[in-house]
Write a protein that binds this ligand. Structure first.
Ligand SMILES: C[S@@+](CC[C@H](N)C(=O)[O-])C[C@H]1O[C@@H](n2cnc3c(N)ncnc32)[C@H](O)[C@@H]1O
Length: 286
């Protein structure tokens, strides 16, 4: 496969590629990207209806291995001074053997998810929180990444989680990974006022952000505010951002909207997702 075969859209600021993330990443120039901001499909949550999609692997470890393959390819494309930010949520094993039935909020939940089947214990025990984000971060460490933060996205308006034997889920993670001790980080761009009024305080690692308002067709959009710190701190003026699971292009649009000649590349395996991304990004991308 050649790069031009998967080029979906190109404007001066935005480039979109159609294909499987690891395969497309292997075609991009080495050490060419300043910052990667992305949200892969979560384990067992959505069926995007595309062959080769990530997220529906039979065992959670296969999912982690798949993500590591993608981010190993991403490592080649990232500059040594670059940052990688990954938003990822967790999943419970269910073992009910049937789909959960119609869920008005999650229309794509009517398929038999991997966690609905029976699986090897002890991990795949019904009611078990799989600790997918933690497993992923540790696997990334073992693959050579340095974990700088496990930022918690506290959703101030979470989807109702009707449970009576545990706390209701209301958070996800945004991991910040780097490749070496010194990397590009504009701390002033994200600094917060300290109690004496000086802009000297680093932002806290818990981000209180509402979930995205759902005006898009895409079913798993993240909110723009989630990418504010990643973009402002680690995408330099004139820099290039990459999202290898770009969906409707939220991270790309936010990066380009910050001006200062910033550009963005998106990859997605779903043509309908790219169609929406192109439509939404064309006014500012052209
Ligand atoms: C959680 S969504 C990303 C949403 C995006 N952050 C937004 O705000 O619209 C994950 C995306 O990954 C895509 N995807 C799934 N498997 C993929 C793969 N193997 N390679 C590239 N994209 C993939 C899906 O089509 C989906 O659009």
């Amino acid at each position: 496969m050649k790069k031009k075969d998967c080029l979906y859209f190109k404007s001066p600021k935005i480039t979109l590629y159609h294909g499987e993330a690891a395969q497309v990443l292997a075609l991009l120039p080495k050490a060419s990207v300043d910052c990667i901001v992305t949200s892969p499909p979560y384990y067992g949550q959505r069926d995007y209806g595309v062959e080769g999609q990530v997220g529906l692997e039979v065992h959670p470890q296969e999912y982690i291995d798949r993500l590591i393959t993608v981010f190993r390819a991403a490592k080649q494309v990232l500059k040594p001074t670059g940052s990688l930010w990954v938003n990822i949520g967790d999943t419970y094993w269910s073992g009910k053997g049937k789909p959960g039935g119609e869920d008005k909020k999650q229309k794509n939940r009517r398929f038999l998810r991997p966690q609905d089947k029976s699986g090897p214990r002890p991990l795949c025990t019904p009611k078990q929180l799989l600790l997918i984000p933690h497993r992923f971060a540790i696997a990334m460490q073992e693959d050579g990444w340095i974990v700088r933060n496990d930022n918690v996205w506290y959703k101030v308006n979470p989807t109702p989680d009707p449970v009576d034997d545990r706390s209701a889920s209301a958070h996800e993670y945004v991991f910040h990974f780097v490749l070496r001790r010194r990397y590009y980080y504009d701390n002033e761009a994200v600094a917060m006022a300290s109690s004496n009024g000086n802009k000297t305080k680093a932002p806290p690692s818990v981000w209180m952000i509402p979930t995205a308002t759902n005006f898009k067709k895409h079913i798993a959009v993240f909110p723009e505010r989630l990418v504010n710190i990643p973009v402002c701190a680690t995408l330099p003026p004139g820099g290039l951002l990459l999202d290898p699971f770009c969906g409707s292009g939220t991270a790309l649009g936010y990066a380009v909207a910050q001006g200062k000649r910033r550009r963005a590349i998106g990859i997605d395996i779903s043509a309908p997702a790219l169609e929406e991304a192109q439509t939404l990004l064309t006014p500012q991308g052209s």
